[in-house]
Design a protein around this ligand. Structure first.
Ligand SMILES: C[S@@+](CC[C@H](N)C(=O)[O-])C[C@H]1O[C@@H](n2cnc3c(N)ncnc32)[C@H](O)[C@@H]1O
Length: 263
């Protein structure tokens, strides 16, 4: 079922969509600023580059840049787009679940815009193992993932009402569509799950998308990564407490951590 996602990322209109977006998301900008003094010493692996949004930003800042995507069509679009700088960057087809790189190859690994959410639970854990394998000890790892806490809110009727009648209407239509495309998933099931795969509105409910609670994501990371930080997708702010509102409302969150050299 999840392999349908790979087919969708090959479609020309989807490739076209990712090729025309350019801006960094606020959390990505925050991490780029934070690493600015060391980026020029880092060998970077950018996974799931899509149309090259993050290639555009990072490839000229790091020491060596490698971008992969499992969609040949996305890579072809990027090769065209970055043809002028191709001697400085490597862009190739590659699946994060089984990467061709040797152990301890990279200093900074990015999997942006929730790319890790389009595989099954088992494959996600495999990707984290692969990142651990190809990252050098101390490697910076940065990725985003959909937030199940925020989705739980989306499934609740009472949070759909607003003083603005148009907003209420849009919210209720969205809830009806969510229910329709995710038959068998209700708020109770979400409430009792640490992660769940469902179809959300992105690309017209076509993609099977993995949503995870932030606490659970931290657990998945703790085996191999340390200094785990969470950033708000919406404003790029580092989340400092469990009570932070962003943990409830941001539809996705960014996770920044380093590869633990002890593990
Ligand atoms: C939501 S798009 C984001 C594209 C790009 N990173 C951006 O920020 O604009 C997710 C990308 O991840 C890629 N992807 C998903 N699973 C992957 C995997 N297992 N290995 C490599 N790429 C993958 C998809 O082909 C797609 O291009």
């Amino acid at each position: 079922m999840i392999d349908r996602n790979q087919k969708i990322y090959k479609m020309s209109h989807i490739v076209g969509y990712y090729s025309q977006i350019g801006l960094l998301q606020p959390a990505e900008q925050a991490i780029s600023n934070r690493l600015k003094d060391c980026l020029s010493n880092l060998k970077m692996l950018d996974i799931g580059i899509g149309g090259g949004r993050t290639t555009q930003h990072f490839s000229s800042l790091v020491k060596e840049y490698t971008g992969i995507d499992y969609s040949e069509e996305m890579i072809a679009a990027c090769q065209k787009k970055f043809a002028y700088s191709s001697q400085f960057i490597t862009l190739e087809v590659g699946d994060a679940r089984k990467m061709r790189f040797s152990d301890n190859s990279f200093d900074f690994i990015l999997f942006s815009f929730n790319g890790i959410d389009y595989v099954s639970h088992g494959d996600r854990l495999q990707i984290l193992q692969e990142i651990r394998r190809v990252g050098k000890p101390g490697c910076y790892v940065f990725f985003s993932s959909h937030n199940l806490k925020a989705m739980e809110k989306m499934f609740a009727i009472k949070t759909q009402f607003s003083l603005n009648p148009f907003k209420t209407y849009v919210n209720l239509v969205m809830l009806a569509l969510l229910r329709l495309f995710n038959f068998g998933i209700d708020r109770d099931r979400i409430k009792n799950s640490s992660h769940i795969i469902l179809r959300d509105e992105s690309h017209n409910f076509c993609l099977q998308t993995y949503y995870i609670r932030p606490k659970e994501q931290i657990k998945q990371l703790e085996a191999n990564f340390k200094d785990i930080e969470i950033y708000s997708w919406q404003n790029g702010r580092k989340i400092l407490s469990e009570g932070d509102r962003a943990l409830d409302v941001d539809m996705w969150l960014y996770y920044f951590c380093t590869l633990d050299s002890q593990k």
